[in-house]
Design a protein around this ligand. Sequence first.
Ligand code: GDP
Length: 432
Amino acid sequence: APILAVVGRPNVGKSTLVNRLIGRRQAVVEDVPGVTRDRVPYDANWNGRRFTVVDTGGWEPDAKDRAAAIAAQAEAAIATADAVVFVVDATVGATDVDEAAVKMLRRSHKPVILVANKVDNAALENEAHGLWSLGLGEPHPISALHGRNSGDLLDLILAALPEPPPIIEGGPRGPRRVALVGRPNVGKSSLLNRLAREERAVVDSVAGTTVDPVDSLVEMDGEVWQFVDTAGLRKRVNQASGTEYYASLRTAGAVEAAEVAVVLLDSGEVISEQDQRVLTSVVEAGRALVIAFNKWDLVDADRRFYLDKEIERELRRIPWAIRVNISAKTGRAVEKLAPALRRALASWEKRIPTGQLNQWLTALVQATPHPVRGGRAPRVLFATQAGVAPPRFVLFTTGPLDAGYQRFVERKLREEFGFEGSPIEVSVRARK
Ligand code: GDP
């Protein structure tokens, strides 16, 4: 979600305004000058559009010690924001501190909305006009306390924030798209044929969707699934003649078109480099992943022992992948496929509420701060989930993180919130 930073001197009413913007009544302590407070982002929603509000500390330029730290934090928030609301107390008017803040806001080149707060009644509107002198354009008189003009302000904020891509949540949607991939002879056609035979291939198109003729619609566990780019499999094209190059092109195309991939591995054979390349293509495309160990009917205790060792070694980088052991030939455990796909897709589309995410993050970075390097340690300020499918997270920091520390945060994020069956992305936005 786009980010809005709320900036202003101590006591101009920032926290009251933030509560107003997020539509929540919350006991927020207004800033005590010179006291640092951890900045927490909040989810806001206006007219169906979501954005994140970051309440910055009372900004004081040229301040020493703790107040300087607050100013630095506010500047970091501004640097990472998509738009800024600059709050001025209309009953006080523009102060030197406000003017210094304006200079800093100008340097940031972010869209700024000038808010004249504490305009509790029409008689006070004249006071707001004086704020034209700040050179930030029209001052918008509001009363954060009483909610006066706050709807208009929210409209302005939405206009200043970048338009998010439309998300159709809960709307009508076609069948989930599945890629069935794996190296030649792992049993892709056998599995598809079994599913089509046992479960019932759906020939007609599903209402409201167009299904590519190269795809197969199959009903599994009471739901229709779209196996993408399976024409070659259905026609049983002689795959021995296809070079690995063409096989990998097919894999890439199917994975790209799908939401979730079933990677078939041959339980009877060692996990090869070609298998690894198929797995990598799924992870790099950011698709949900289910690994199906096929030909399980041929696995005996001896093979099982070595296979477990191989899994431990070869699938170490993707411990989160969901695994099922099946036999396309006998039909063993094939019914486990649909629930596995559903679980992977649920992780792939999971959204962690900003408050919950940051509560966890605050505790984590407190317990295990970034190691000190050359006398300094970057601080992780907060995090937001930038998107889903797959889940993407952004850490806002005071400086670049060690790769090891970033991996640590990522691992802990998985431990806390799951994401079984889905890759996740964690990126860092460091203050410049
Ligand atoms: P594809 O190239 O991935 O489409 O693989 P195929 O479906 O053509 O299967 C390759 C070979 O493996 C065929 O001889 C199948 O009969 C055999 N096969 C496929 N699945 C199984 C299985 O679960 N168990 C056993 N024993 N053989 C299988």
